[in-house]
Design a protein around this ligand. Sequence first.
Ligand SMILES: [Cu+2]
Length: 246
Amino acid sequence: MQLRANDSCAGDRARRLVLTAAAVLGLAAASASAQAPEPSIRGWVSFEGKAPAPELADVSSDPKCAEAHPKGIERAPIDVSGGGLANVFVWVKSGVTAPPAAPTEPVVLDQRGCEFQPHIVVLRTSQPLEMRNSDDALHNIHPKPAANREFNIGQALRGMSAARAFEHPEVMIPVICDIHPWMRAYVAVVDHPYFAVTGADGTYAISGLPPGKYEVEAWHETLGTQSRTVTVKASGPVWADFAYRP
Ligand SMILES: [Cu+2]
């Protein structure tokens, strides 16, 4: 996968104008509320090509899941339904020198409707991951880390919950449920707060970075990683777009 130069096609330029207008409006709103910090890095992740049609996972092996999804669960690993590539984890891979302390509130990974929600969970090192079962079905949460300790927690009843933390940064930890092979989530463990996950439109924004040079990496579950170097200035956001191809 190759990085494409910015502004390589008119569609991108148009999208950038829209995003810039949105950024200006966003900044106006931010200054009005004096709340949200100005993004340091923003960008758009695109997929150039025809995305495969969504797959339908057969969930009939578990009557509880089949009841919730009589036709199966539709999954689109390459989700371009909102105009950009969704579910891309974008983070600052290197260059951060003095990150603020990690929050102590847990980040929730729920099991609901026989799916993990959300699909991508981001945690700071040592921040608790709270795992819940919101279904009347037996699930188990089974992360498969490479740099952290593996665990496997069964949750037989609705309302059960458990918490664990990960000691070491790791991008990315796949999480499976051994009972339901279609269930999959990803946990990113990072040691700073400079990350984002793209929404349906493929855009992202990372705020709060001091001026400096950083390596930014984009990760997608089937399309892999891309990285680029950006220089953040005090004057406004720097753009870092990523383009994936089949
Ligand atoms: Cu399950």
